[in-house]
Design a protein around this ligand. Structure first.
Ligand code: GUN
Length: 293
């Protein structure tokens, strides 16, 4: 078997085109331009690159965007003041603080300071609570991107055994809660497997849909999968590669070559989940603008 490639680039483009149409419609009908503010503290290279991409995607979609870059030694109270300012800025509908934050700043405090109505990352405890009990809320961008990839590639999770490897607050826990809801595009039987298990293999082997979000390069090999599984690889890992000018390449949490011989369908890295994240963030910003206006 050679797996079908789930093309994150194509699906993300489709969504971005839908977003662009929605932005034009909002501008024409309500005179509103959806606005996103992104705050970055420090100079983490990966975060800088994500933040640049978010700003660029907003502009391409015809949205308003502000990026606030703060030095690494910014005191927590200064960041909280910036958040308070954006919370009350009528041009801003979505607000996010790029994570991780420097050690001296409490991520919990910062997330709690964001107005839940502008929390387009879906990280605020109020929005997490709504997600868990099945109420409408902002779905975090990466988990929402995973759900959308499954639906749009014809792999509806309903009735399937979804195994998520990894229990992070950003991916594992929210995607589990999204896919288990008794709702369209969900209704799966969900297992979260994690490093507390003495052996991850039996969990991985039992997955109809495997979501790998562990942060270990090429950890999951083809032989570990069930024949015909659908594989969603959330990993973005740098591994050394001296044959490339930049000295590294990006690989996922799944060993693509062996997995694609066993799986029915698989997302590549890069070109899979990563591209969906920004598209879903734009969708959430439109949702916020609609709800606030
Ligand atoms: N860092 C890694 N992923 C994310 C994300 O989705 N949102 C924010 N704010 N920070 C991140």
């Amino acid at each position: 078997m050679t797996a079908e490639i789930i093309d994150g680039k194509k699906i993300a483009e489709e969504i971005k085109n839908e977003v662009k149409r929605d932005v034009e419609r909002m501008r024409a009908s309500k005179g509103i331009v959806p606005g996103l503010a992104v705050i970055l503290v420090g100079d983490n290279p990966a975060s800088q690159s994500y933040v640049r991409s978010k700003g660029k995607a907003c502009e391409e979609a015809g949205m308003y965007s502000v990026t606030e870059r703060l030095p690494v030694d910014t005191p927590e109270y200064v960041l909280l003041e910036k958040i308070a300012r954006f919370n009350t800025d009528p041009k801003i509908h979505g607000l996010l603080v790029q994570l991780p934050l420097p050690k001296h700043i409490s991520e919990d405090e910062v997330i709690r300071a964001i107005d839940p109505r502008k929390d387009v990352d879906g990280f605020h405890p109020v929005n997490i609570g709504k997600l868990v009990i099945g109420q409408d809320t902002f779905k975090s961008a990466t988990p929402a991107g995973i759900q959308e990839l499954l639906i749009r590639s014809g792999n509806d999770p309903a009735g399937k055994h979804v195994v998520i490897v990894g229990r992070s607050n950003i991916v594992g826990k929210p995607v589990a809660n999204m896919l288990l809801q008794k709702q369209k595009g969900a209704n799966a039987v969900v297992t979260i497997a994690h490093t507390g298990a003495p052996d991850l293999r039996p969990y991985i082997k039992s997955a109809d849909i495997l979501i790998a979000a562990i942060g270990k390069p090429e950890f999951i090999k083809g032989e570990m999968l069930k024949e015909g599984a659908v594989v969603i690889d959330v990993g973005i890992n740098r591994v050394e590669d001296s044959s490339l000018p930049k000295g590294y390449r990006i690989v996922g949490d799944v060993h693509f070559e062996s997995a694609s011989k066993v799986a029915k369908a698989i997302t590549p890295v890069p070109g899979g989940v990563g591209l969906m994240t920004i598209a879903m963030l734009l969708k959430n910003t439109i949702k916020a603008a609609n709800q606030l206006s």
